[in-house]
Design a protein around this ligand. Structure first.
Ligand SMILES: NC(=O)c1ccc[n+]([C@@H]2O[C@H](COP(=O)([O-])OP(=O)(O)OC[C@H]3O[C@@H](n4cnc5c(N)ncnc54)[C@H](OP(=O)(O)O)[C@@H]3O)[C@@H](O)[C@H]2O)c1
Length: 272
C-alpha cells in the first residue's frame, strides 16, 4: 500500500483549515510535523496534543520577508532531517475596483506578499538545504494553489492573480530542478477547490451558518491519497475539473514550446 513519501514535514500555514487538518492527519500516519503560523496558542495546542516526539512549532509571520533567511536557518539547525516543505499559508481579500475608494492598496501588497513573495522567498531560503540533502533521498516542496489560478474570480482579483503567479513559478522551478538531476527535489502542486476553512471569515455573506465547500477532513484525506501517488499535481474535486480543462493541455505544451524557444535563442536562453 502506498504511504506518504516523506518523514518530516515543515508545514507553513498549519494553525487552521487545510494546514491544521493536514498536520493532524500526517501525524496520525507517523509523519513528524513542524507547524508554522502566527497564532502561538494554536501551535501550542497542536504540540501538546501530540507531544514533542511527533510535533513541533514555530510562530512566524511570513509577511516579514526580510526575516525568512534567519527563520530558515533556525528551523534547519533544529531539524536537519526535514524532507518535505508544504507552503500552504494564504490569505484572501475581497475587493471591488468599480468602487476604487473601497480598495486598500496596502491589502494588495499584503496579499501578494503572503501568497506569492513569501512563498518564493521561503523556497529560495530552503533550496540550498534541499540540494545538500537530496543526493540519496527524495525531498519535496508542496505548494497550495486554487482553481482560481486558472479561472479568476471577480470578487477576489488580486488573490486570483497571486495564485496565477504562484502557478507559473511552480512550473518554472519544477523544470529548473529537473535540469539538475543530481538532486531529487520534487515540486508538487495541490490545487484546491472551495473548502470549509477560515479563509473566507469576515467576507460578505459568509457566516457560521454559511461556509459552503468540501468538508476539510474529506479534502485533506483525498489530498494525502494524491500525494501518495507521487503525482506532480494533486487537484481535488471541482478543482480537478478546472485543472483538467484549462491546465492539462498547457502542461503538455510548455515542454515543447520551451525547447523551440531554447533552440531559437541559443546561448541567450541557457544557464551556465
Ligand atoms: N478554503 C478554500 O476554499 C481554499 C480554496 C483554494 C485555495 N485555498 C488555499 O489553501 C491555503 C490554506 O487556506 P485555508 O483555506 O486553510 O485558510 P485558513 O483556515 O485561513 O488558513 C490559512 C493558514 O495560513 C496561515 N497564514 C496566513 N497568513 C500568514 C502569515 N502572514 N504568516 C504565517 N502564516 C500565515 C494561517 O495562520 P495564522 O493566521 O496563524 O498566521 C493559517 O494557518 C491557502 O493558500 C488558500 O489560498 C483555500
Amino acid at each position: 500500500m502506498a504511504s506518504f513519501p516523506y518523514k518530516k514535514v515543515l508545514l507553513i500555514g498549519a494553525t487552521s483549515g487545510i494546514g491544521l487538518e493536514l498536520a493532524e492527519q500526517l501525524v496520525l500516519k507517523g509523519v513528524y510535523v513542524i507547524s508554522v503560523g502566527r497564532r502561538q496558542n494554536r501551535l501550542d495546542s497542536f504540540i501538546s496534543a501530540h507531544g514533542s516526539s511527533k510535533a513541533a512549532g514555530f510562530a512566524f509571520d511570513i509577511a516579514e520577508i526580510d526575516k525568512i533567511p534567519s527563520f530558515a536557518e533556525t528551523v534547519i539547525k533544529q531539524h536537519p532531517d526535514i524532507d518535505c516543505i508544504v507552503l500552504n499559508a494564504g490569505v484572501q481579500y475581497v475587493m471591488d475596483f468599480s468602487k476604487p475608494h473601497t480598495v486598500d492598496i496596502a491589502k494588495i501588497q499584503n496579499e501578494i506578499s503572503i501568497n506569492y513573495v513569501a512563498i518564493v522567498a521561503l523556497t529560495h531560503a530552503f533550496v540550498p538545504f534541499f540540494q545538500a540533502n537530496s543526493m540519496d533521498k527524495e525531498v519535496a516542496f508542496i505548494y497550495t494553489t486554487t482553481s482560481l489560478m486558472s479561472v479568476p474570480y471577480p470578487m477576489v482579483p488580486n488573490y486570483s492573480s497571486s495564485k496565477a503567479a504562484l502557478h507559473a513559478f511552480i512550473l518554472c522551478i519544477r523544470e529548473q530542478f529537473k535540469q539538475k538531476p543530481e538532486s531529487k527535489i520534487n515540486v508538487v502542486e495541490l490545487v484546491v477547490p472551495l473548502v470549509q476553512t477560515e479563509l473566507h471569515d469576515g467576507q460578505p455573506g459568509w457566516s457560521q451558518d454559511f461556509n459552503p465547500g468540501m468538508p476539510v477532513k474529506q479534502f485533506v484525506s483525498e489530498s494525502i491519497a494524491g500525494f501518495e501517488t507521487k503525482e506532480e499535481t494533486v487537484a481535488i474535486g471541482q478543482a480537478k475539473q478546472v485543472f483538467d480543462e484549462f491546465e492539462l493541455e498547457k502542461g503538455r505544451r510548455v515542454g515543447p514550446v520551451w525547447e523551440i524557444i531554447k533552440k531559437n535563442m541559443g546561448k541567450a536562453h541557457t544557464f551556465g
